[in-house]
Design a protein around this ligand. Structure first.
Ligand code: SAM
Length: 292
């Protein structure tokens, strides 16, 4: 087997060979611990017929482990300077394709149709650039691309918000947005020492498993998300106060909002953080009568 990329010595040698300097603005914190990488890949439960999409391969530390454990890997990298490095470090792996593109600009569906014709299952696995974790995750979920799930490293604070349960201080519109599409779990807390350079924040790995159906079936998805965001606008305010101040013409429609809350069986004095995804679903369907 080829020598692992993700050891401190090999990583340093690669960086020196190419005179590479890290760009903080691109969230470049590379993994230098193969044990952590093996565990990340284990959480993805890949098989011989799996395809994987990676976001931000860096110098290929995770890409290499994915290449060994899946049929094909497609990795999106924004930093042009990394392309010759990746061509070198990943040269032993014929099943890897690197695409030079900002993932937020990429037509992922088109890439999947073109590149994954021979695979039976598709996972996204990544050590995400921390400055854009939430937009990347939301893009992958909202575009409804045909993946089984996502296993990714991100800031522990964001991981806590994504996998939070109702009634906790971390629970908010991000928890609901992600849990609407997936079952979300924080599966590993990761020390700063396994990165070079070390990030300023703590890290964690989350596993998001796509649901066959959304967690709740609602009449109008866009309005459902509008209601959840409105409900958390000011965390210390009651639901009624947040909804009247945030929904369009909410102040004039206070009586209607109270009727909708009653019809959904939800006390107007409750706070958004106490409502389950299902309760938000019922509430948004009732509110929709007055806000169509
Ligand atoms: N996978 C490597 C590892 O684990 O060592 C590098 C991970 S590093 C945290 C994030 C990587 O994402 C960097 O290589 C960075 O250049 C890349 N990146 C940053 N923003 C990106 C974007 N919008 N689209 C694609 N790649 C991006």
């Amino acid at each position: 087997m080829n020598k692992d990329i993700a050891t401190p010595i090999r990583t340093r040698a690669i960086l020196e060979k190419y005179g590479f300097s890290f760009k903080k603005s691109l969230g470049q914190n590379f993994l230098i611990d193969t044990n952590i990488l093996h565990r990340i890949v284990d959480f993805a439960e890949l098989g011989d017929h799996s395809g994987t999409i990676e976001i931000g391969p860096g110098i290929g530390a995770l890409t290499e482990q994915l290449a060994r454990r899946s049929k094909k890997v497609v990795a999106f990298e924004i930093d042009q300077r990394l392309l010759p490095i990746l061509a070198d470090t990943l040269s032993p792996y014929e099943n890897v394709k690197v695409i030079h593109k900002d993932i937020l600009e990429a037509d992922v569906q088109e890439v999947i149709e073109k590149e994954f014709t021979n695979t039976e299952d598709l996972m996204v696995v990544a050590n995400l650039p921390y400055y854009v974790t939430t937009p990347i995750i939301m893009k992958l979920l909202e575009e409804q691309i045909p993946i089984r799930g996502i296993v990714c490293m991100l800031q522990k604070e964001v991981a806590d918000r994504i996998s939070a349960k109702p009634g906790t201080k971390e629970y908010g519109s991000l928890s609901i947005a992600v849990q609407y599409y997936t079952k979300a779990e924080t599966v590993m807390i990761v020390p700063k020492t396994v990165f070079v350079p070390q990030p300023n924040v703590d890290s964690a790995v989350i596993r998001l498993t796509k649901r066959e159906e959304p967690a709740v079936i609602v009449k109008d998805e866009t309005f459902f998300f509008q209601v959840t965001r409105a409900s958390f606008a000011q965390r210390r305010k009651t639901l009624l106060n947040n909804l009247t101040s945030q929904l369009p013409d909410g102040k004039q429609k206070k009586e209607e909002i109270i009727s909708a809350l009653n019809a959904a069986g939800i006390e107007p004095t409750r706070r958004g953080e106490t409502l389950s995804v299902q309760e938000f679903g019922r509430l948004s369907d009732e509110l929709l009568h007055y806000f169509q």
